[in-house]
Ligand binder design. Structure first.
Ligand code: ARG
Length: 595
């Protein structure tokens, strides 16, 4: 459906065919630049911002640094204004100009665009909210990256949640995305397990749950190591053999890794997360680690400390870091340097993101710096997306160390919650699945609700409540929207949008509020790409859910005798459903149809 709005000049960087608010902003900018001759259309456009509280768009005149008093400038813009298809009114308040959009065309155009890009998209896939700013660009996103044989802690869970969001986000902006899980599958802990496996290992336990069993073995050997120094020495020897490529030392390790990955894939799948590739520290070749060390040595940055190699980054306030142990085995830092170089050779990325906790800020800054010192021209394409800590994460049985415990706990807390409403509970077809999905939504929303860098306290009751801005509330809002078609069978299927008269909606401030929010979704996606913050998308989803919930009472569908009105309202709810669903999917949440 082609827009029926009058044509406007094109502002570079805007695309009204994917973001209809761009057209409205252009119209405002045009009014400004027509009336203020020193101002170009593009300059004017950059000054058009969302307004506060009930104001659609606001322009702060001083930002243009034009000669003349703001008052005079404002008068020039206001002089003999006539409402048109874009703007219904302009008001003036000190140095600000406030613009109200033409409700009738706003609502019609927003709904048309959502409909077209959802059901009639040129790409064949629903694309409302997406853009093509990343077309032709390649990004590698590394996230989650747990350590085999150690616990999958909430830090890894955060990386998983934020990383999955970034993958969706970059795809939505047209990038070619490769997602990597960089497993901690190498290091002396495997020497420990190998030496402890004979004593504590069981093939049966291993095939039941490799992740848990290896962890248990590791915990047990570590206890032995506390009393017996030989354990650690044995482990180090074993790991040295692995590093030297001794097949007999590698065979078990390979099996453990494979079985752990299998189990991880299942658990990630529950979270609606997947990876293009499972790589890991073990896969980083020795060659580049050696070359990197050589290069840094040539630059005079490396010193010897009892046989270990130390790199001095004090000059950049990044401390000193060990690059190689005295026994010649590699370490985490060196593997990251080698790994980055290998990834460059393999992917030739335009950008590579590491989603890692802020506790590792120094580690990432160190290896980014070393890559820059080595003068790799792509070194400034690396970016660390960090996040704060999660406090107080425990299950009712104690501290959670495994991902599946966290998921199970969320499901069961949610399940109990749902059972409290007996009538509703009995109508749910598959309460197990529903409670798990809602539980996972609760975890994800709690995690993404605030800025990444903030710490937060894990709180089962709060995150799984139906009250407040929680995951369950959001799922409920979506389910209610989905039920609209089912509850109004006489209205569906709706006629083609061109046959729906939306003019009645223009009189409702509720409809207008919903429409402008829906229209802002493409902007929400673009902003998220700049900030790498999922919280903006979460905020959007809740604002939309709230706007819809305040509309239910006045914008009724069932019982509305005027067929035109009923249809227009149903259409509004359907568009809201589709956009709310899209925003949830962007956050890696599976929107439910019933609950
Ligand atoms: N496995 C590491 C940990 O659990 C995280 C890996 C982060 N990624 C990286 N390239 N260093 O601490």
């Amino acid at each position: 459906m082609v827009s029926t709005l009058p044509s406007l000049p094109h502002v570079p960087g805007t695309d009204p065919s994917s973001c209809i608010l761009d057209a409205f902003r252009t119209a405002i900018a045009k009014r400004l630049s027509d009336r203020l001759p020193q101002l170009t259309l593009e300059q004017a456009y950059t000054g058009v911002d969302y307004g506060k509280k009930g104001v659609d768009f606001t322009v702060a005149l001083p930002r243009f640094r034009l000669p003349g008093k703001p008052d005079e400038l404002a008068k020039q813009v206001l002089a003999d204004f006539q409402p048109d298809d874009f703007i219904s009114s302009i008001s003036h308040d000190k140095q600000f100009l406030h613009f109200q959009l033409n409700n009738a065309s706003l609502i019609r155009e927003v709904l048309n665009q959502i409909h077209t890009l959802t059901y009639d998209s040129p790409s064949g896939k629903p694309s409302y909210g997406t853009n093509t700013s990343g077309a032709g660009k390649k990004i590698v996103i590394e996230f989650s990256s747990p350590n085999i044989a150690k616990s999958f802690h909430v830090g890894h869970l955060r990386s998983t949640i934020i990383g999955a969001f970034l993958v969706n986000l970059y795809k939505a902006c047209g990038w070619d995305v490769t997602s990597l899980n960089y497993l901690g599958d190498w290091g002396t802990q495997f020497g420990m397990i190998a030496s402890g496996f004979e004593k504590y290992g069981s093939q049966e336990e291993l095939s039941k749950d490799a992740i848990k069993h290896l962890y248990n073995v590791y915990v047990q050997v570590s206890k032995d190591a506390e009393i017996d120094p030989n354990v650690k020495a044995d482990a180090a020897k074993w790991f040295k053999r692995m590093e030297d490529g001794d097949e007999s030392a590698l065979a078990n390790w390979r099996e453990w890794r494979e079985m752990s990955v299998k189990k991880y894939i299942e658990e990630y799948d529950r979270l609606n997360v997947s990876f293009d590739r499972y790589t890991g520290e073990s896969e980083v070749g020795k060659e580049w680690q050696d070359k990197a060390l050589e290069r840094l040595e040539e630059m005079g940055l490396v010193s010897d400390a009892n046989g270990a190699k130390l790199v001095d980054l004090e000059k950049w306030k990044l401390g000193k870091a060990v690059l190689r142990k005295a026994d010649g085995t590699s370490i985490y830092l060196t593997r990251d340097i080698g790994g980055a170089i290998e990834r460059w050779e393999k992917y030739q990325f335009d950008k590579m993101i590491y989603v890692v906790a802020s506790q590792q800020d120094l580690h990432l800054a160190q290896f980014f710096k070393m890559l820059k010192l080595m003068e790799f021209p792509w070194a400034d394409r690396l970016e660390h997306v960090n996040y704060g800590m999660v406090l107080g994460m425990s299950t009712r049985k104690g501290t959670a160390v495994f991902l599946d415990q966290i998921i199970k706990e969320a499901s069961s807390v949610m399940h109990e919650q749902m059972k409290r409403n007996e009538e509703k509970y009995s109508s749910i077809e598959d309460p197990e699945t529903v409670s798990r999905e809602v539980g996972i939504t609760g975890i994800k929303i709690q995690d993404m609700a605030a800025k990444r860098i903030n710490n937060y306290t894990f709180n089962w009751d709060r995150m799984l409540s139906f009250e407040g801005d929680t995951g369950p509330y959001l799922q409920y809002a979506h389910v209610r929207l989905v039920s609209m078609e089912r509850k109004n069978p006489e209205l569906v299927p709706l006629p083609h949008p061109s046959q729906i008269d939306t003019s009645s909606l223009a009189e409702s401030s509720h409809a207008r509020d919903i429409a402008i929010l829906l229209g802002s979704y493409p902007d929400v996606v673009k902003t998220a790409l700049k900030t790498h913050e999922p919280s903006g998308v979460v905020t959007f989803a809740f604002r939309l859910a709230h706007a819809i919930s305040s509309a239910w009472e006045t914008l009724v569908v069932k019982g509305e005798s005027d067929l035109e009105k009923a249809r227009a309202r149903l259409w509004l709810y359907i568009c809201a459903r589709d956009v709310l669903g899209a925003s949830m999917r962007l956050l890696s949440i599976r929107p439910l149809e019933r609950m």
